[in-house]
Design a protein around this ligand. Structure first.
Ligand code: MN
Length: 227
């Protein structure tokens, strides 16, 4: 038996709707700029750009009921409401036509962002880790097992009951199938991987005490209070 010098971390897990099994998280991939209106609100252009990827550590995922605290080192802490894809199988160079066969299910998630650090990193050509991959930066709701087509309905986020983001999954520039295919060209995907698929317009700042609630039609919800 292996004798660990320090205690190994237990895997981060997410609950599954209608099941007492839990989903063990391996890696967290994220897509930047995937809705036209959000790309434009951030000063970008949607035309002919390949999808932009970044990652978060698995232990940045916050399961329902877990704590989300206002992170240190920022004064512009933003919400980005996103559809999260959970994989049950892996692969490299996956064809878009076969991509949905890898999907275990879908969840509602929030890509929390230190916007001020991201803006500074973009300007300086520096990596985004401190802007995106910080502790508790990825609250995710219970996973709904997939039943065929990728969800295409409404995606919304409210803060203290006021709607801030109100979009449609069908407005994504890159579809779920295309995103899986594109990620798999750069990394070998495995069961347990999560993919955040980008946010619609309406991103904005959060303050301590804010109650954040997101919902995706046909998928589920995510909710937390910023402590
Ligand atoms: Mn995002």
């Amino acid at each position: 038996m292996t004798r660990f010098a320090v205690s190994p971390l237990a895997p981060t897990t997410l609950p599954i709707q209608g099941s007492d099994a839990v989903f063990p998280v391996r890696r967290v991939f994220c897509v930047g700029r995937n809705y036209g209106a959000h790309v434009r609100e951030m000063g970008g252009d949607t035309k002919d750009q390949p999808p932009l990827f970044f990652t978060k550590p698995a232990d940045a995922v916050v399961a329902p009921g877990g704590a989300v605290t206002y992170p240190p080192g920022t004064s512009d802490f933003h919400h980005e409401m996103e559809l999260v894809v959970a994989l049950k199988a892996g692969g490299a160079d996956v064809a878009p036509s076969e991509a949905l066969e890898l999907v275990y299910g879908y969840a509602a998630g929030v890509d929390l962002t230190r916007r001020d650090l991201q803006t500074a990193a973009k300007k300086a050509g520096q990596p985004w880790d401190s802007a995106k991959a910080f502790d508790a930066s990825a609250p995710v709701g219970a996973i709904r097992p997939a039943t065929g087509e990728a969800p295409a309905g409404a995606i919304r986020l409210s803060v203290n009951g006021q709607v801030r983001q109100d979009g449609r999954l069908g407005d994504m520039i890159w579809s779920v199938e295309e995103i899986i295919a594109e990620v798999s060209r750069l990394w070998r995907l495995e069961a347990g991987d999560l993919i955040f698929t980008g946010t619609p317009e309406g991103v904005g700042a959060l303050a301590r005490g804010d109650f954040v609630e997101g919902e995706i039609e046909g998928v589920g919800s995510v909710a937390f209070t910023v402590a």
